[in-house]
Structure formats: C-alpha cells, structure tokens
Design a protein around this ligand. Structure first.
Ligand SMILES: *[C@@H]1O[C@H](CO)[C@@H](O)[C@H](O)[C@H]1NC(C)=O
Ligand SMILES: *[C@@H]1O[C@H](CO)[C@@H](O)[C@H](O)[C@H]1NC(C)=O
Length: 391
C-alpha cells in the first residue's frame, strides 16, 4: 500500500469514526410457532448517525426482523418481550413501543441480500431526535429447533454501523396504507393517496411492501401533473424487506402526490378486515428516502380503503392524481406476470370525506398497534352497514 493510500485510509477511518452497536436476542428459545419477540437498545444522549446495518440472522429460525424507533420501548426495563399482538404462554406481552413509535427504519427477511444506504446518507437517532430507543422485532415462524430434542437457543439480531459525525444527508421512511374490507370471494383494490406536504425534496431509494395472506400485488407511485412513475411493485408474499426502487432518480417535490394500491384476493367464505392479527389483512407500502440536508419527514398517507375510498370516487383526489393515468401493470405481479382485476364493487361507498379527514389529520399514525386500533374504531360503525347490505 502506498503511503498516500494508507494516509487516506486512516483519514477515512478517523472522519467516519464508526462504531458498531449490537442488538442481539439474548439466547431466546420461543416455544410457540409464530412468536414475535422484541428487544430494546437505548440510544446515546448524543446524536447518533446510522450509516449501515449488518444482519446476523439464522434464516432457519428467524423469518423476519424489523427495527423500530421509539420514545419508550414496549415494556420499559424488560430485556425481551412478546410483541406479536396476542398473548403468549412464556413471554410478557406489549407493543413494540410504549410511546412515540417513529416507525420502521430497517427490515430483514429470509433470503435478503442486505440494505446499503447511499453514500453520505444516515438515519439520525438518539440525542434530540425523540428516538431514545431502537427496538428489534424478530418473527420466529417455526420453533422446532428450540423444542426437544433440539433444545436450541437463538441470538439473531443486527449490528448498527454508527458514527457521531453528522452525515450530510438524512434518511427517513414514509408509510402509505389503508383501512377497509375485502369481501368474501372477490378481488379488491385498497387504494391510498396524498399530497407531499413538506417544503423540501425527498429522494426515494428503497421500498417495502406488507400484506398478509390475501395480498397479491402492492405497488407505489409518485404522481407529477397527472403522470405516474413507479417506485416499487411486488408480490407481498416475497421476502418483506427493503428493495431498491424500481425507477431510479425520482424525486418527490413539494406538491407532488404519492399513491399506492394493494390488490387482494379473497377465496374464503368470510369478509376480511384490515386489522392486527394474521387473520386480518394489512395494506402497507413503505418509501425509504433521503433528503439533501438535516430535515426529514414522518408524513404518512392513509385512507379508509374499500368500500369507503377509491381513487376514482374520491372528491379530494380523483382530479389531482388522474387515476385514469395509472399504469396498466399496476395490479400485475412483476415476478409471475399474473394480473388481477377488481370484481364488481358490491358495496356502495359510504360518505368518505369525514373518514378521510380523520385519518389525514392523524399526526403520526405509523404505529401498527395505534393505527389498527384507530381503523378499528372508525370501521366498527361501517361494519354494521356492510352487514345491513347483506355482507
Ligand atoms: C441497489 O442499489 C445500490 C445503489 O445503486 C447498488 O449498489 C446495489 O447493488 C443495488 N442492489 C440490488 C440488489 O440491486
Ligand atoms: C409498466 O407500465 C408502465 C406504463 O405503461 C411502463 O412504462 C413500464 O415499463 C411497465 N413495467 C413493466 C415491468 O413492464
């Protein structure tokens, strides 16, 4: 190595001043299939910049891992707890965060190639950010390796590559989603849209989709003057991690619109509602972005979903986003080429704008638990009316 190279290498190390923070399961042995366990990591009182993630997961046992930012963790002081939304025989239960869920900042799933943040981009945590804790959730789908005769333990987790040197570009995640109902024996569109309300540009570089077992295609877009550009499109049954956006170089500028659609198919003899359990559904499209400076946003995008909200019937959005310009492949699975089309809209839409306003006025509806509760409350009055219409 030349002297110059050695010096510049040394310089790089000094400037980045990187250190590694480990967030690893404390040798757990969950004894029930589909267990979700959470562990906390307290952040420094100094601003900390996360510039990379190194997953350490045993894909034989960990189905997926999600990293959340929190004000306080689900059970303050606890080393590990059950954060799966249902009671558990061996672990105390709570949400991922007790207060101040700032949303997901990293996701790993089976087969994931790993997420690289672009150069100079970092998530800012600790210090004055309100993210006092990171909480890692690991989903153990199959627990046979922990039961006799295997009796194994697991310490899956993630190492965060951090530095206290401020990085020039700030990362963030926005979440687009819906409430709503998927009628039995039908294909339904869950649609959401909103105007990007900040005064600065964001640069999307990765996306993630999330739905439960009825999800066929989840796709997300930026809309400028009625022109739709795809950010991502995926069969949500594929590993649910952050993937590179499907169109590079896209900016979201003040006044642009964002939209997402989840195409779902229900072959069951029951109506399915958006909700927290695995029998319920979810329709989520995440956009990971960076900004040019120190500002970031936690703007999210929510609508009531079907049957109370469709793009083309929305007084607020039909003219703004031009749903007729949506790409033809919007409900096509990119992996298989298979397309889905909505079956007859069987339920009359119910006055949408009041519902929409309530959701739009939520400040930070990005906690799965909080959000689902809210959607439940708002939905409960609709359920009776669906029933009255014969559902
Ligand atoms: C994602 O994009 C980054 C930066 O453009 C690139 O280095 C990386 O190889 C891409 N990953 C995949 C899986 O395509
Ligand atoms: C999807 O449709 C858009 C608009 O028609 C087109 O530009 C794009 O290439 C299509 N994507 C694929 C993967 O075929």
């Amino acid at each position: 190595m030349s002297l110059l190279k050695a010096i510049s290498l040394l310089l790089a190390v000094c400037i980045v001043n990187a250190s590694k923070l480990d967030l690893l399961m404390p040798e757990v042995a969950p004894d029930k299939a589909d267990t979700y366990l959470c562990i906390p990591l307290k952040m420094s009182e100094l601003n900390t910049y996360i510039v990379g993630f190194e997953p350490h997961a045993n894909k034989k046992v960990a189905h997926h891992m999600l990293l959340y930012g929190c004000d306080t963790p689900g059970i303050p002081g606890a080393k590990v707890w059950n954060c799966g939304g249902m009671e558990h025989p061996s672990f105390k239960s709570a949400g991922t965060c007790k207060t101040g869920n700032k949303g997901i900042i990293y996701a790993w799933a089976y087969d994931a190639p790993g997420l690289t943040l672009p150069k100079d981009v970092a998530f800012k945590v600790g210090g004055d950010t309100g993210i006092n804790y990171l909480v890692l959730q690991v989903h153990y789908k199959d627990v046979s390796s922990f039961l006799p005769p295997n009796n194994g333990v697991d310490s899956s987790g993630v190492s965060l590559i951090t530095t206290d040197v401020p990085q020039p570009k700030r990362a963030g995640v926005m979440l687009l989603g819906t409430g709503g109902m998927l009628p039995k024996h039908s294909v339904e569109y869950f649609e959401t849209a909103c105007k990007y309300r900040e005064s600065f540009t964001v640069y999307p570089f990765a996306y993630r989709t999330h739905a439960h077992m009825h999800g066929k295609v989840v796709s997300g877009y930026v809309i400028k003057d009625g022109v739709w550009t795809e950010l991502g499109r995926k069969d949500p049954m594929k590993p649910e991690m952050f993937y590179n956006v499907t169109t590079t170089g896209v900016r979201i500028n003040p006044g642009d619109y964002m939209a997402a659609r989840c195409t779902m198919k229900n072959d069951e003899d029951r109506n399915v509602y958006i909700g927290a359990t695995s029998k319920d559904e979810m329709c989520n499209f995440y956009i990971m972005f960076y900004t040019d400076g120190t500002k970031t946003t936690s703007q999210n995008c929510w609508t009531g979903g079907p049957p109370s909200f469709y793009w083309d019937e929305s007084t607020q959005y039909a003219k703004a986003i031009h749903p007729e310009n949506a790409p033809e492949n919007i409900s096509t699975e990119p992996e298989s080429g298979k397309s889905y089309k909505i079956t007859t809209r069987k339920v009359q839409p119910i006055v949408q704008d009041k519902y929409l306003d309530t959701l739009a006025n939520l400040r930070k509806p990005n906690d799965d638990g909080e959000l689902v509760n809210l959607l439940r409350r708002l939905d409960s009055s609709y359920r009776q009316r669906y029933r009255d219409q014969g559902f």
